[in-house]
Every structure is written in structure tokens, then in C-alpha cells.
Design a protein around this ligand. Structure first.
Ligand code: DOR
Ligand code: ZN
Length: 435
């Protein structure tokens, strides 16, 4: 089937395109992009004024919880949340039960994703068996089964030697090592950012230096091995400083920032709801200077990607004392409104840069298809409605979990439609698009 998107603003930074164009989709591929393309038997979709056609967004850091914790999320419910949030693809972390450290688990996740038929799902394998930090996982096997990167996310890789070996092997297969940067000895049993608010609330703290030490270690080992190193969920200004220096030195380091780290600070630990466990994640919400550094890095190009660290947890698990609650919040369905509102409408970046952060760079870092609307590319398209007024409602999320700190937030900007392999898999009835 052919579909012609007519007359919308198209933002495709990989091809230097930002203007009114038509986009022709033939089956599961982009067939052509240009002005006044002939209809030629295609179903015509008029793009209402104000909507923007972009290459599909890719969230390179999500936790899908299947196998093992299906009460929090399944591959299918996570994929539904992804497409409702404007993501045509997600990369899922290996901290499932069992851990994705062998081909069986990878194959299982891919089968569940195919069954769901919504977003593309790219599994990320473990660095070490069981992510326990003792023995390297079989990285060749993971790659062959379909993993696009390796990480022990949830924890840092246990030793520098293991991280070095992981980089050497992953490098041979062209995969990046994604690191949850944290020095365990400095973190201790911290549950929140070390600072004024944690102190006032009597919460044990972990400083930004704890993350930055992990970033510095990874950058040094990336220099040593020549392999690609990606910093997950960066939150601390000292980490950004290290990444900038690494990039300047020509080291293959990239980084992502999660929306909660560019919108919230540790002040949210105290108000409006003190000890709100939906403000608990790792790395933690940091102080304003860190949040502002993340915004500056997003604006000046030092930050490569926006990734959600979508970490669903069940209500009962979160409804406990702050100390005892698991780390993490859901993010798939709030990332695009938060980014449009706080980055684009705030005047910090323009739409093409946002598309780089959400599509071009994640595709490049993971080495997956997507990130452009080039003819011949998979027809993965996100249509955004930058001026749509959106109210985040936890009770209406597609995710199986509701642990968001953004419940009730009113934001400017939303998703109009999500198209995967030429198939519309999400249409927002509020955005005035008839696909
Ligand atoms: O907040 C987090 N939640 N940080 C992590 O590193 C792990 C994640 C999870 O799996 O819940
Ligand atoms: Zn992590």
C-alpha cells in the first residue's frame, strides 16, 4: 500500500531538510520525499498546519521487565507505551529475570516484540553473566541473537578490567558499551542526591562525583581500547565536563540525558509531596546547577541523545518508605511533551536539534536503521504536534505502571501519530490528523 503525506513541515536533519514537503511511503519503506509529489494511486493524508513529520523517535534506554516482572511491564505493554509516546523503536535493558545474558532471552524478547507488532524493540545484552560482574557474558552470541549493545545497567560494570574486556569484545562486533556510571564505594547506601534537601529530609546522599568517577573510568578505557563508550542517564555537571573533555580529545564517548534530569531538581524531594517515591530514581534528581548543565549540554551539542530510562514499578512496590522504594519512573509517554515544552518552546533548541537527540543520534550510536527519511529507509515516522496542549494523566498511561512524577502537568507539545514500517500504530485523536 502507498501513502502520501501531503503538505506538512518535514524535519529530517540527516538529509538537511526542514520545510514543507510531501513524503511518499510504499509498503514498509520511504519511497520519496519532495515538493508536490504525484499522487499516483497512493492514499493521501493531508498533514494539518502545525504538525511536523519527523523520522521515527528511538528511545535507547527503557526497561521492559519481561521476562520475569510482567506485573510491572511486558514487552507488549511497553511497546504500546512507546508508540503512544511517539517512539517507533526502543532499546531495552538486560536487567530482566533472568538477565538477558544469553541468546535464549534475547530471542524471547524479540519474539514478544514481533507478536506485539507495535514499536521495534532492540534488546541490549548484559556485559557479565547475570550482570553479576564476575564473568563476561558471551558477547558474540548476544550480538548474533540480535543485541545492539551491552551493559550491566542498574549497576556499573564491577571492575575496570571487566569493563576493558567488555569494550574490547564489543568493539570487535561494532557494538557500544553502555555504562550506568557510578562508583559503588562512594555511593554507599545513598538513596538521593547528596545536598541540602536530602540532608533536611534525613535521606542518605550520593554526590554527583559518584557518577563522574564512572564516566571518567569509562572514557579512559575507551581511549585505551578505541571502543565506543556510551554514558547512560547522565545527571551530574562533573560528568558532562568529563564527556566534553573526552570528545575534545577525540575519544569515542557519547551520552544521553533523561527528561527528568533536565526538568526536575532535588527540591522535588521536599515539595509538593515530601518523600514522594516517584521522585526516586538512580541517578537521582540533582541540584539546579546540574539540571542547568544538562540543559546547556543539550543546547550546545555535547549531549547526544534524550533517552527516558523508562523504569516501570508497581504501585505497591513504590508505596513504601522512600528508603525502601525501588529506583525508577516511567518515561515513554511523557518524554516528547516534556522535550517540546521545556526545550523547544523554552527557546533552548529548535526542532531539528530535538530530532537529532531523539532519532538521528540514537540510531547512529546503536548502529540501527532509522534516524532519517531517506528513500529506501524503513517507513518509521513520528508526527509531532508542537502546539498541542497536553495534560499528563498517570491513570491514562498505556504502560502497566503509573510511577510518574509528572501527573497533572500541563505541557505544550504532543505526538500526533506514530508510524512503524509504514503502519500507523498510534493516532492521537486530539491532533486532528486522519490517517
Ligand atoms: O532508576 C533506575 N531504575 N535506575 C536504574 O539504573 C535501574 C532502573 C530500574 O531497572 O528500575
Ligand atoms: Zn541505569
Amino acid at each position: 500500500m502507498k501513502r502520501l503525506f501531503k503538505g506538512g513541515r518535514v524535519v529530517d536533519p540527516a538529509n538537511g531538510i526542514d520545510g514543507v514537503h510531501d513524503v511518499l511511503i510504499d509498503g514498509d519503506r520511504i519511497a520519496a520525499i519532495g515538493r508536490d509529489l504525484p499522487v499516483d494511486g497512493a492514499a493521501v493524508v493531508e498533514i494539518p498546519h502545525g504538525l511536523v513529520v519527523c523520522p521515527g523517535f528511538i528511545d535507547m534506554h527503557v526497561h521492559l521487565r519481561e521476562p520475569g516482572q510482567e506485573h510491572k511491564e511486558t514487552v507488549a505493554s511497553g511497546a504500546a507505551a512507546a508508540v503512544a509516546g511517539g517512539f517507533t523503536a526502543v532499546a531495552c535493558m538486560p536487567n530482566t529475570i533472568p538477565v538477558n545474558d544469553d541468546a535464549n532471552v534475547t530471542t524471547y524478547i524479540l519474539a514478544k516484540a514481533a507478536e506485539a507488532g507495535l514499536a521495534r524493540v532492540y534488546p541490549i545484552g548484559a556485559v557479565s553473566r547475570g550482570s553479576k560482574g564476575a564473568l563476561l557474558a558471551d558477547i558474540a552470541e548476544l550480538k548474533q541473537a540480535g543485541c545492539v549493545a551491552i551493559t550491566d545497567d542498574g549497576h556499573p560494570v564491577a571492575t575496570a578490567l571487566l569493563l576493558r574486556r567488555a569494550m574490547e569484545y564489543a568493539g570487535m562486533f561494532g557494538m557500544p558499551v553502555i555504562e550506568h556510571c557510578e562508583d559503588p564505594s562512594l555511593r554507599g547506601d545513598g538513596v538521593a542526591h547528596e545536598g541540602y534537601h536530602a540532608a533536611m529530609l534525613g535521606l542518605r546522599g550520593m554526590p554527583g562525583a559518584c557518577e563522574a568517577l564512572g564516566v571518567e573510568r569509562g572514557i579512559l578505557l575507551s581511549e585505551l581500547t578505541g571502543s565506543a563508550f556510551h554514558v547512560a542517564h547522565m545527571s551530574a555537571r562533573a560528568s558532562l565536563r568529563a564527556v566534553r573533555k573526552g570528545k575534545e580529545a577525540g575519544i569515542r564517548v557519547t551520552c544521553e540525558v533523561a527528561p527528568h534530569h533536565f526538568t526536575l531538581t532535588d527540591e522535588s524531594l521536599a515539595s509538593p509531596i515530601p518523600y514522594d517515591t516517584n521522585m526516586k530514581m538512580n541517578p537521582p534528581l540533582r541540584e539546579a546547577a546540574d539540571r542547568d548543565a544538562m540543559l546547556a549540554g543539550i543546547a550546545d551539542g555535547s549531549v547526544d541523545a534524550i533517552a527516558t530510562d523508562h523504569a516501570p514499578h508497581h504501585y505497591d512496590e513504590k508505596k513504601v518508605e522512600f528508603d525502601r522504594a525501588p529506583f525508577g519512573i516511567v518515561g515513554l509517554e511523557t518524554a516528547v511533551p516534556l522535550s517540546l515544552d521545556r526545550l523547544v518552546h523554552a527557546g533552548l533548541i529548535r526542532l531539528p536539534r530535538l530530532v537529532e537527540l531523539l532519532s538521528v543520534n540514537p540510531a547512529r550510536i546503536l548502529g540501527v536503521r532509522g534516524g532519517s527519511l531517506s528513500p529506501g529507509a524503513p517507513a518509521d515516522v513520528t508526527i509531532v504536534a508542537p502546539d498541542l496542549h497536553v495534560r499528563i494523566e498517570a491513570s491514562r498511561l498505556r504502560s502497566r505502571s503509573r510511577n510518574t512524577p509528572f501527573d497533572g502537568w500541563q505541557l505544550q507539545g504532543g505526538v500526533a501519530a506514530t508510524i512503524v514500517g509504514g503502519r500507523p500504530v498510534f493516532i492521537n485523536s486530539d491532533a486532528g490528523l486522519a490517517v
